[in-house]
Design a protein around this ligand. Structure first.
Ligand SMILES: Cc1ncc(COP(=O)(O)O)c(C=O)c1O
Length: 452
């Protein structure tokens, strides 16, 4: 194959649709039945299903490596390697170095830990800016610092499409602002925020930027270097992995800030932020979930793939003696990038189908962006209400037909209060991820239209 041929074959791959049959075959739970109906998992924002390799990695660890860390024997050494491997996988996933990755039980715990440490440096009159769009895990840990005299500000939203009011946000950042904590995407209404601009606004005022990427992570590639955020938290159980939290922190902050920790724990970065014994089996599963996503990418990676910063890879294709060209093996970062391009194309198609269908159902109100030309500003997460039905009623009826959705506020309580739906049971949330299908969207729309 000539270089030209090799490039066009790969380019074709890069634009090919997601191989949904292969994707779904990776997840054993997707073949479940409920009351004779195929189980339809539209509860991804609450936690996604896991591929078989994650299940195997977790049980394999418990079978073969189960031990505590730093011991002078085989299983303990293997445990140290497993943790180092997962740190490296998450570093590729987020676009940073391994020693900037902190593991913890979940995003909420990690955020409380970091907010307490940052709070040690704050004084009365200092300000923290939050938003009404956020999950409470990126609100309450910061509000807890009010006991130190810290003033909490909130950026407003535009209620018409549940987007952040960027003008209001910018106006509330000033010389007293020490932290701007904001979600990458809303777990209730799906809005994707302009996080890069928010980080810049925070930095211009000398404030730290703390990003909650829990909802965004299954839908879009994260590049912490490009965002330039100081911290970014996510949870692997939202992107096809085990129940764990991961925190990225710039090395300078993880080194300078003082964690609350036991004396015997090391002062090394990042372990000084990890307290007690971690969940080693789940950490093993994290590597497996990143590798699952990477495998999607290997089916889609194109030649001269772009790096995270958008630069072309160096053209170091190896020439064989026969003058043929072997494309350089793509890096894990590159295949992850290709995976997310394929995932996003598939999710946008599903989102368009869902939005068109929802708009046809009488008495149904959608909260969030509905404009099909703005799909890049939302995740395929839909918050709805229907006249004469509570969200719990809808979720229960759909659940009986094997369609799993959520009702309530999903801890995005500032938003449900702001929109006046908290007392009425919040919203029904339909959350799509890349393993969902057009048929599942149609079936859900069909069921919803029978509830009118
Ligand atoms: C946007 C968002 N942030 C934070 C959290 C909390 O994550 P964890 O359960 O890992 O603490 C969630 C959980 O639903 C979420 O959706």
């Amino acid at each position: 194959m000539t270089e030209q041929q090799s490039r066009s074959a790969l380019a074709e791959n890069a634009s090919s649709p997601l191989d949904l049959e292969w994707v779904r075959s990776q997840f054993p739970s997707l073949s479940r039945k409920v009351n004779g109906h195929p189980a339809t998992f539209l509860d991804g924002p609450g936690g996604t299903q896991v591929p078989q390799r994650v299940i195997d990695a977790i049980s394999g660890y418990l079978r073969e490596c189960n031990a505590n860390t730093q011991g002078a024997y085989a299983t303990s050494r293997r445990t140290d390697e497993v943790i180092a491997g997962a740190r490296s996988a998450m570093a590729d996933f987020l676009g940073c170095e391994s020693d900037e990755i902190v593991f913890g039980p979940n995003m909420t715990t990690l955020t409380f830990a970091m907010s307490r440490a940052i709070g040690r440096e704050l004084r009365e009159g200092d300000e923290i800016l939050l938003t009404h769009l956020d999950h409470d895990a990126n609100i309450s840990p910061w509000r807890a610092l009010e006991e130190r005299g810290v003033k909490i500000q909130f950026a407003e939203i535009d209620e018409r499409d549940c987007t952040l009011d960027m003008r209001d946000l910018a106006s509330k950042i000033n010389a007293r602002t020490k932290v701007v904590a904001v979600g990458y995407a809303s777990n209730a209404v799906g809005t994707i925020n302009d996080v890069k601009t928010i980080v810049r606004l925070a930095h211009d005022a000398g404030a730290l930027a703390y990003i909650d990427a829990v909802h965004y992570a299954p839908h879009g590639l994260i590049d912490v270097r490009d965002l330039d955020c100081d911290f970014l938290a996510c949870s692997t159980y939202k992107f096809f992995g085990p129940h764990m939290g991961v925190l990225y922190g710039k090395r300078e902050h993880l080194t300078r800030l003082t964690p609350y920790k036991v004396r015997a724990n090391t002062n090394a970065v990042p372990q000084r932020w990890e307290w007690g014994t971690l969940n080693h089996e789940c950490i093993t599963g994290i590597t497996a979930c990143v590798e699952y996503l990477a495998e999607i990418g290997t089916k889609h990676v194109g030649p001269g793939a772009l790096t995270r910063a958008g630069e072309r890879r160096s053209p170091d294709a190896a020439h064989s003696a026969a003058g043929r060209v072997r494309a350089p093996a793509p890096t894990r970062v590159e295949v992850l990038q290709a995976a997310y391009s394929a995932i996003q194309a598939h999710e946008r198609n599903l989102a368009e189908r869902m939005l068109c269908g929802l708009s046809q159902i009488k008495g149904l109100h959608l909260y969030g962006i509905s404009d099909l030309s703005r799909l890049e500003h939302r995740c395929p997460t839909f918050a709805i209400r229907m006249e004469g039905r509570t969200p719990l009623d809808l979720a229960t009826k759909l659940g009986e037909r094997g369609i799993f959705t959520w009702d309530g506020n999903y801890y995005a309580i500032n938003l449900t209060e702001r929109l006046g739906v908290e007392e009425q049971g919040g919203f029904l949330r339909i959350g799509l991820v890349h393993y969902n299908t057009e048929e599942e969207v149609d079936r859900t729309l069909g069921e919803l239209s029978t509830f009118v």
